[in-house]
Design a protein around this ligand. Structure first.
Ligand code: BGC
Ligand code: CA
Length: 351
């Protein structure tokens, strides 16, 4: 019954030219669809639960599902699968969600290039699909009108991170420009290769600084795959190589910025470079409070989870998703980023 129940609630369902009332009556009898008597089943596939931001998002989703249940009085079942960084494992999980009759799929791709295959499976079953955090290319999103992407604009996070560094440079250049050459020497800790957030944060953070008229010199850049321990190892190497020649450490996310801080922990604070991250995870906010991390950029995981659930409910109820969320080009929901420093930290700690 799962499939009929699902399909008949969507406006895209094609009905032959028989009186609509007759068809609706028949469908109600056959599937009980008008009453929506089964629970909403959402399958969420994570690229890995072993990622600070993603595991927090999974918790956010669980919390929001409970809230939505008590607000709507409807039962919502959330299945969560951990892809363990393996795309074929994730494919099996998606197949299982479909076989179980999930009404909506939320997919955080392991490999962004696998989007088309998943999109086609979902379309074949008539199950709406929400990608999140790991953005497929536009062509894959446009394969079907029931495919969405919920995320945040990677360029914006890079630009905000760069603006933090530019501000710090302008406010206290004497301290930041340690060798006094007027050039900002930096290293870049990059996220996973090929991830939109790695590529665009790397590019736009530096662009914000150079657009601000500051000359920069890249001492080194390397991927640490979003990972704290890998970032600590890279930073330790760089400290050996460049010592206090590093004036700023740009990190594509907070976990890696915390790794850099781990590597610096034996060095007196007065000799640390300036460090900036992205996400505003709880431990990163603590590091801002402790003066170890100069700033970060809030990646709104709660807002993203809320948008996903609002979309899922609207699609399930056969409502126009554009009424439920701010939908851009019929497919995208963008949550804004916000810069965080000691100055506005309180606002974020309260969340
Ligand atoms: C976050 C990272 C996270 C990655 C996972 C990014 O948006 O900033 O912390 O590891 O997504 O895909
Ligand atoms: Ca310098």
């Amino acid at each position: 019954m799962g499939r009929k129940t699902k399909n008949c609630s969507f406006p895209s369902c094609r009905l032959p030219a028989v009186s609509l009332a007759v068809w609706l009556g028949a469908l109600l009898v056959l599937s009980g669809c008008g009453g929506k008597d089964h629970s909403l089943r959402v399958g969420a596939a994570l690229y890995t639960q072993d990622d600070t931001f993603i595991s927090a998002m999974a918790q956010n989703l669980e919390g929001i599902v409970r809230e939505a249940e008590s607000e709507t009085g409807k039962k919502i079942t959330l299945f969560i699968a951990d892809g363990k960084s393996n795309q074929s494992t994730q494919m099996d999980q998606v197949d299982r969600f479909l076989a179980r009759g999930c009404d909506v799929l939320c997919v955080n791709l392991v490999d962004r290039t696998a989007a088309a295959v998943i999109a086609d499976k979902a379309e074949a079953e008539g199950v709406p699909l929400i990608f999140f955090n790991r953005q497929p290319v536009a062509e894959d999103i446009q394969r079907w009108d029931r495919i969405y992407y919920v995320g945040a604009d990677a360029k914006e996070s890079g630009a905000l991170q760069g603006a933090l560094v530019l501000e710090a440079w302008e406010a206290d250049r004497e301290t930041l420009d340690r060798n006094g050459d007027g050039v900002l020497q930096y290293v870049m800790l990059e996220g996973e290769p090929g991830h939109q957030d790695s590529l665009l944060r790397t590019e736009y953070s530096i662009k914000a600084v150079t657009d601000g008229g500051v000359e920069v010199e890249k001492l080194a850049n390397e991927t640490a795959n979003w990972n704290r321990a890998q970032a600590a190892a890279r930073t330790a190497q760089w400290l050996e190589e460049f010592g206090e020649g590093i004036e700023v450490i740009f990190s594509n996310n907070d976990d890696m910025a915390l790794g850099a801080i781990d590597a610096l922990s034996n060095m007196p604070r007065s000799r640390w470079p300036l460090i900036v991250g992205v996400d505003a995870t709880a431990p990163a906010l603590e590091a801002v409070a402790a003066g170890q991390l100069y700033g970060t950029v809030h990646n709104d995981g709660i807002g993203q989870a809320q948008a996903m659930m609002a979309l899922a409910l609207a699609l399930w109820n056969g409502e126009d998703p554009a009424q439920a969320v701010d939908l851009w080009e019929g497919h995208y929901v963008w949550l804004p980023y916000r810069a965080v420093t000691l100055e506005n930290l309180e606002e974020f700690l309260a969340e």
